[in-house]
Write a protein that binds this ligand. Structure first.
Ligand code: ADP
Length: 329
């Protein structure tokens, strides 16, 4: 600028031309400043897009929206897209890991009974078929393994229907004491075989509960069945319902069986997780029962609370509404 004025002085040009030169200088300075300012931010947007393309999400530079500043809004949008993509990729990776683990677990679970069935069938064909001392127990073992496969197929189909949302839960008032009685009757024979008694304690002020009776029956079957399976001869399973002050019903299924060591407690509801694999398998367990229970209860907005002590027993509890929720107030 000073140099310009000096030149003008030198050339003895003043007045109009000075104004023109001043205007030009200001325009140029503004343009340069604007260009640098814009170019910097465009370069930042390009770098962010590059980072997104190369999945370098930890390098994304945070941007902020400034009202009236379109370029910053663009930077913010690019940054947000990066964040969304990072979450999607993370979810995809987790789903992929889950799928791989799940298939690995399922094939592992299938292999054992299939291997046993083959083994027993081959031994029978190799001659044991004509030895009644051996053939009968072998056929019984084949049947037990077929039952295991049947249980696994049923639980897997149930779990996948629940997880994919294919299985719609119904919501209705139903007779809770009757449902519990029906369930215990269903399991009476299994309990007798293991010399375990089932007790039910439901006060008379509990008549109805609100939820899906079919699915909740499954919850009771799984919990009571576990109470029988993981118990000792002479043990008991007790189903208790109690009305809470907020008109919800607290239900517990408690046993005095083998219990669950505390470090396993928060994992027993995971698919295929078992404390004692061979005990579970010998009882026809699939390792999916509590995962199914947890899902069904979650669909009822209820949480499964587990309390257990080794060699003392376990208690599984959850709450259900006793009335149609809207009518409760
Ligand atoms: P499983 O088909 O093996 O019984 P579950 O999902 O029902 O599968 O239970 C998972 C594991 O939790 C069982 O293998 C067992 O180790 C433990 N478990 C469940 N219920 C009880 C219980 N009432 N007492 C002791 N252990 C239990």
């Amino acid at each position: 600028m000073a140099l310009g004025l000096f030149l003008l002085r030198l050339l003895d040009l003043e007045g109009f031309w000075i104004d023109v030169l001043l205007a030009l200088t200001v325009t140029y300075a503004t343009y340069t400043w604007m260009h640098r300012h814009t170019a910097d931010r465009l370069a930042r947007a390009q770098k962010t897009l590059r980072d997104i393309r190369k999945q370098r999400f930890d390098e994304l530079e945070k941007a902020y929206v400034r009202p009236g500043d379109e370029l910053n809004t663009l930077l913010w949008q690019v940054y947000r897209n990066g964040q969304v993509l990072e979450k999607e990729i993370e979810l995809f990776r987790r789903t992929e890991t889950y799928r791989r683990d799940f298939i690995g677990n399922v094939s592992h679970e299938l292999k054992t009974p299939i291997f046993s069935v083959r083994g027993y069938a081959e031994t029978l064909l190799d001659g044991a078929l004509h030895d009644p001392e051996v053939s009968r127990p072998f056929v019984e073992k084949i049947l037990r393994n077929a039952d295991r496969l049947h249980n696994l197929a049923a639980d897997l189909s149930e779990l996948s229907k629940i997880e994919t949302g294919e299985l719609k839960m119904s919501r209705q008032l139903f007779d809770l004491p009757q449902l519990i009685t029906e369930t215990t009757e269903l399991l009476e024979a299994a309990a007798e075989k293991k010399e375990v008694s089932i007790r039910v304690r439901i006060p008379s002020n509990i008549t109805t509960a609100f939820g899906d009776p079919e699915r909740l029956k499954q919850v009771f079957v799984n919990l009571i069945d576990n109470g029988i399976k993981y118990n000792n001869a002479g043990g008991h399973v007790e189903v208790v319902a109690r009305m809470l002050p907020d008109h919800r019903i607290k239900v517990t299924v408690a046993d005095n069986g083998i219990g669950i060591p505390s470090h396993h407690l928060n994992r027993v509801t995971e698919r295929f997780y078992r404390v004692d694999k061979s005990r579970s398998r010998s009882q026809g367990g699939t390792g999916l029962g509590l995962a199914i229970v947890k899902h069904i209860l979650a669909a009822h907005e209820a949480q499964l609370v587990i309390d257990s002590q080794v060699q003392r027993g376990s208690t599984f509890g959850f709450t259900l509404p006793s009335r149609v929720p809207d009518a409760a107030h």
